[in-house]
Design a protein around this ligand. Sequence first.
Ligand code: AHG
Ligand code: MN
Ligand code: MN
Length: 323
Amino acid sequence: MELGTTLTRFLIEQQRKSGASGDFTGLLSEIATAGKIISREVNKAGLIDLLGYKGKKNVHGEDVQKLDDFANEVFINTLSHTGHLIGMASEEMEGIYQIPENSQKGKYVFLMDPLDGSSNIDVNISVGSIFSIYRRKSTGKQATMEDFLQPGRNQVCAGYLIYGSSTMLVYTTGQGVHGFTLDPSIGVFLLSHEMITTPSRGKIYSINEAYDTIWTENIGAYIDQAKKEKKTARYLGSLVADFHRNLLKGGIFLYPADQKNPEGKLRLLYEAAPLAFVVEQAAGRASTGHAPLLDIKPKEIHQRIPLIIGSAEDVTQAEKCCS
Ligand code: AHG
Ligand code: MN
Ligand code: MN
């Protein structure tokens, strides 16, 4: 029986072709392991006492669900011993996580939204994990803020896991975007989407229309145009799932600045920038409405940013409304 291309085989082949060190092969293999563990827990969330709020707030004052914490710990435990990282940052942690003294250190930093869309778990809608990797800037024994506060353009690897009707890992190291689907019967990720490209124009627009009373005029004008063009609306409230659907089918996702939130809602470093790297590698575009998303130099780890992302021509059209 032909098994297909496993993630491990694909990574080894990529490593050989690009002449790269084995750093990403090691890191991505462990990201896949973390994804399998989280996928297992997400899938049985209704069966055991993992559902519901944990009764505490995270650093942004939001309710933390048990699975957010769990996913955060899984990534920390799985990745801190790879020998490739010097530090980690996460939506669920206020400051930098330093790789422990007794572990081997490496030259990369890792940022994550360990569980994205977590309010959807209770109702069986797809959720995900988003990750981003930069080469460190500092040279000391520990990671510093400067290592994390780099423009998205400097990312060396980014991607996401989606825990949906199937579990997928989608990533880029700057050589195209590749998607792998978990075969649960053998617990192995198999190459299912090689060299993903997104259509240059799509039928779908995704935005939370409940906020139309506080949208800026620009966004209202763009959505009016989208409706006139007979686009169709799709919005789950789960960024990874909304993004993934639009990446494959073509479309635009907007979480713009509005009159109450001039910086939007989504986080630059571990939500917007990694997806922007993926979309550009898939021939799409990502913008703040005024500038390419990947050019933004972050000021702090948990910074928010307006995000317009998806099919290249659709994003350009939305940007024109903003200018
Ligand atoms: P998280 O679950 O990591 O806090 O992210 C939730 C985000 C994102 O997944 C989604 O696109 C957005 O919140 C939805 O926000 P609204 O409910 O304001 O539309
Ligand atoms: Mn999120
Ligand atoms: Mn999250």
